[in-house]
Design a protein around this ligand. Sequence first.
Ligand code: NAD
Length: 345
Amino acid sequence: MKNLVVIGYGGMGGWHVERTQKSDVVKLLGIYDIDPKKSELAESRGIHAYASYEEVLADKNVDIVTVAIPNDQHKPVVIKALEAGKSVICEKPVALCSEDLQDMIDAANKAGKIFSVHQNRRWDVDTLAMKALYESGEIGEIFNIESRVHGSRGIPSDWRGMKKYGGGMIYDWGIHLIDQILQIVPSEIDTVFCRLDHLTNTEVDDGFKLELMFKNGCRAYIELGTYNFIALPRFYMQGRGGTALITDWRENCKVVKCKAWHESDVMPVETAAGLTKTMAPRDEITTDTYECERPVSDVHDYYRNFVKAIDGIESQLVTHEQMMLDMKVMEAAFKSAKLGQVIKF
Ligand code: NAD
């Protein structure tokens, strides 16, 4: 068991506290929050609140620090912890630019400590289902993946809506959705194109539409919206041998596989002002329709791996190279949106 302190006792800090209290690999020693009210709240729940960050860093019993504070403050807090000899888990986005991330990686390498970002959404069952289907080759070579998350409440009115804190949906959700796609498609990126939305907020993006073209020919389209009163499906994937769909993150993956290309009799369907054979649905003679098995997933495997990485038993799952690649894609997305151009990656 490694001893851990959570820095920041807000929404996500609370999540880490709850999870680590039940953990089989880490023991929660307490929290530190800059806001005394949060410290009082923690104490009222029987959780020790450190009086200062310096006190956390000076505590020789602390092995791991989990940083769950607003995005703009990650860098100094992470580097101080590494310099104090702690291993560090940082919330996403780990930094706001690749230069800052490089400084953090350098600090980890210099200290010889494990440093990783909490990419918990790699354990989302929808993503795992898409990854499994891609890798199985069940629907042939994949040429298009669409990943969408749609809400209708605008960008939150807290620090996420402000530029100086690293707000905006690319940093908030984009980092998850980009990381997921990079886990699914095993290819280098060729080009990036992005448009940002500003429907409820002019300062930061409250949604985006991002296209990644991979060198293996696959296209990934990522769309995040906070002004969608009807949501489009979560995942859509097309392969040479069929199509897959996940309507919602609670739903299983549905596959329609093409088992015979040619059809003998196609019944035309009547649309509003005419007939079409081209768009008529296929029948079960030429297709197989089924649901994929739901992947087994436990997000706490992130912590289990992190602890094993400290002990030198496993390599860390979320690597520095992956963290940097995610960051570079976000930077390319911002650049593309600013210039209105496709960016060669
Ligand atoms: P929040 O506003 O709910 O909580 C942030 C907390 O940090 C507050 O209690 C604040 O007082 C405290 N704080 C601010 N500066 C601090 C400092 N220097 N030292 C100590 N405490 C400080 O925010 P949140 O939603 O919990 O987000 C925190 C981080 O977690 C962000 O980076 C966010 O992107 C990330 N997050 C990740 C996920 C995920 O699924 N991985 C989900 C939500 C948020």
